[in-house]
Design a protein around this ligand. Structure first.
Ligand SMILES: [Zn+2]
Length: 424
């Protein structure tokens, strides 16, 4: 999530004169994203992914693309804020609208060098069409003394609450030839498993719960009218054919799953208590929808983030010792550009995919994606990401920081560190 994403969502959801809940946060700064080269960690890589970004936030250490809370080059395990907080007696929880084995939530719970080793059956995958999804985590099999897949690590973790998608990574045998599933492993470790939106209300007391509400990524809130997404601009006899504007509509699949705010509310009720807690909440599909040119999708997911934030701020209003941080793991491709060209609209149009979104306030918003010309997906951007904060001491935070510094801010608030950054 970056300023483009936030502006696009604001224009649609509350109008260009309106304000999101985010906009009322008393601190607003920026964080430089730090990612490093795997072969030579002294060399920066200027565009990161959710694994490197999640690791920077969760552990305070910059790592290479694809790594989940392990160090570039050495594969050393990096302690996460959840592990440090749990060891110090805080309650801990993770909520995400993607598979809870996906890179960002995984970075707060697990340690592996390849993010797509999400379940036991994903430890050795060959994907010839998309080699970036191929995995070889054979050295991490538990039978070889490793920590196992991300799902197995979550099942054996000390967290109190984990809610999101990703049932398919848990509803499978733990390793080849074994009859025990990852769900069994989680139950043996003291977790209750819930799968339905209505089960959220039953979480109580000291129960440790894993909630899995969809097989993979959870359905998103909004989609383009009739499923419309951004497309390459067509031409006829060399003349630009500007695409028809479309509005957003509710995604019917979304009705069956809990909203990010409902999961956040359940987490706040469960984790609240004298011990104090750390909770990470991710509106994951801001990213996923932008990868697939689904403008209304990422608009709706920024809206989901805003609704979850409103609940967190309500909680903090009666628990003033609460620190709330809102940030992102990396920026994205979506850009807000003129809805037709200011130059020569008959001749020149965006070379990338383009959507014209009809906003409720009567305008038309042009949104472009042009990091590559592949039919598969759009890539990330390396732009600095926003950091918003509310709570004790936030007005003293510097206006500019590095992404790894967010970890130090969390540790300082928890009384677990000096507040200085981890290893750059
Ligand atoms: Zn992404």
């Amino acid at each position: 999530m970056d300023d483009q994403q936030i502006t696009i969502a604001r224009n649609y959801l509350v109008g260009s004169r309106g304000r999101l809940v985010l906009d009322a946060m008393p601190y607003r700064g920026a964080a430089q994203v730090l990612t490093v080269d795997e072969a030579d960690p002294r060399i920066p890589v200027y565009v990161g992914d959710s694994a490197s970004g999640g690791t920077a936030l969760a552990t305070g250490t910059a790592t290479s693309i694809g790594r989940v809370s392990t160090a570039a080059g050495t594969d050393q395990k990096l302690a996460s804020v959840m592990e440090l907080a749990s060891a110090a007696g805080f309650a801990t929880g993770v909520v995400s609208s993607t598979s809870i084995t996906d890179a960002t939530p995984a970075a707060f719970v697990a340690h592996i060098d390849q993010r797509y080793c999400q379940g036991p059956s994903s430890m050795e995958l060959v994907d010839k069409t998309h080699p970036q999804y191929s995995t070889n985590c054979s050295k991490d099999y538990k039978s070889r003394g490793g920590r196992g897949s991300v799902a197995e690590q979550i099942a054996e973790s000390g967290l109190d609450l984990i809610l999101g998608g990703g049932l398919r990574d848990f509803d499978q045998p733990v390793e080849q030839g074994s009859g025990t599933t990852v769900l069994d492993l989680a139950r043996q470790n003291g977790f209750s498993i819930i799968r339905n939106r209505s089960d959220l209300a039953s979480i109580r007391g000291q129960d440790r719960t894993i909630g899995l509400f969809s097989d993979g990524i959870m359905p998103v809130k909004l989609r383009g009218s009739g499923g419309a997404i951004a497309e390459f601009v067509q031409r006829e006899d060399g003349r630009v054919l500007w695409p028809e504007p479309f509005a957003c509509e509710d995604n019917p699949e979304f009705a069956d799953v809990p909203t990010l705010a409902e999961m956040t509310g359940a987490a706040l009720r469960r984790l609240d208590g004298p011990r104090g807690f750390v909770l990470m909440v991710e509106s994951a599909s801001i990213d996923d929808q932008a990868h697939y040119w689904r403008t209304c999708g990422h608009i709706g997911e920024v809206g989901q983030l805003d609704e979850a934030l409103a609940l967190a701020l309500d909680y903090a209003a009666t628990h003033p010792e609460t620190l709330i941080l809102v940030t992102a793991d990396h920026g994205h491709a979506a850009q807000l550009i003129p809805e037709t060209s200011e130059l020569a609209p008959q001749e020149h149009a965006s070379p990338g995919r383009f959507a014209r979104i009809r906003t409720p306030e009567g305008g038309i918003m042009g949104v472009n994606y042009s990091t590559n010309d592949s039919p598969d997906w759009e890539e990330h951007s390396g732009v600095q990401v926003p950091v918003y904060a509310a709570g004790p001491g936030v007005r003293a935070l510097p206006p500019f920081m590095h992404q790894v510094d967010v970890f130090g801010i969390m540790l300082k608030h928890l009384g677990l560190g000096t507040g200085t950054a981890g290893t750059h």
